[in-house]
Design a protein around this ligand. Sequence first.
Ligand code: AMP
Length: 218
Amino acid sequence: MNIIFLGAPGSGKGTQAEILSKKLDIKTISTGEVLRKEVQEQSEVGILAKSYMNSGRLVPDELVINIIKNRLSGDDYKKGFILDGFPRNMSQAEKLDEMLKVINKKIELVFNFEVEEGVLIKRILGRFSCKSCGAVYNRFFKLPKQEGVCDQCSKGDFESRSDDTEETINNRLKVYRESTEPLIEYYKKNNLLFSISGVKSPPLISEELVKAVYNFSK
Ligand code: AMP
């Protein structure tokens, strides 16, 4: 299965991508994750991407297209993949179609996560994660059961993303509305779109996703 996760920042794409990729035993490519790692490692790509990410703008298409291109041609993605956070604009979507055609693949499903803006803002401003195991929390919705201790690994070191700030959030939502939202129509026209409410609990959402994948494969 080749799947795209579409949705605004904070709509839950990352959480669901992690769950679904385990359930379907396929890989996820999160361009945001890859870029954050590059920034941390201070690679050439990371140095280029940093200022865009910290101001909530999209990094240049060429950078993310190369990230996707390098991975999709590898053996790890033969069984399928979930793209989380890519494509983010029309030109990336068109480029993706071209790339997939060359390697004889196509997108089969696009999940669109719908969440109202007020909730998105709280989710983004509240989220933090465990530095050791990556478990994700939210200071408005989901605190660790014991204050300061990770539920999953019992360590106590947490971090927030450097772009999850009040300064960048409006820009990120504006970029989403202007550049990414038009992709909903694009994939609708291609009969690939499956919209899903992203405000339910993660297990319920993931159940819906699995059902949709199952129905598609029948
Ligand atoms: P995310 O983790 O998906 O919220 O992405 C974090 C940041 O990485 C975004 O605000 C962009 O600056 C950058 N980014 C991630 N994916 C893309 C993409 N497909 N195109 C351009 N920039 C991206």
